[in-house]
Design a protein around this ligand. Structure first.
Ligand code: FES
Length: 106
């Protein structure tokens, strides 16, 4: 299991245990983390699972695929570390990952 910390826009922290092989979005939805809507269910087709990966984790998480990059164009206030959380696969190496949830989704 990997512990993932979500920090909501108002600074609330949610620690979630995520199964390797699942996605960061699935972990957030299961734990009902506010602000992750995930309307398309993880198909990289809605941009409502947008998160900001904390700077110290960006290398481990990696960057978006070209398809994800296209979809990020529809996300709200894309910035450094922006990723669609349904496209981040959980691995043991991501134990401790911290992401911020934007003020609102697309
Ligand atoms: Fe729709 Fe991630 S859940 S793009």
């Amino acid at each position: 299991m990997a512990a993932i910390k979500f920090i909501t826009h108002d600074g609330e922290e949610h620690k979630v245990e995520a199964e390797p092989g699942s996605t960061v979005m699935e972990a957030a939805v299961r734990a009902m983390v506010p602000g992750i809507e995930a309307e398309c269910g993880g198909a990289c087709a809605c941009a409502t699972c947008h998160v900001y990966v904390e700077s110290s984790w960006r290398e481990a998480v990696g960057g978006p695929s070209p398809m994800e990059e296209d979809m990020l164009d529809f996300a709200y206030e894309v910035g450094e570390g922006s990723r669609l959380s349904c496209q981040i696969k959980v691995t043991d190496a991501l134990d401790g990952l911290t992401v911020k949830v934007p003020e609102r989704q697309a």
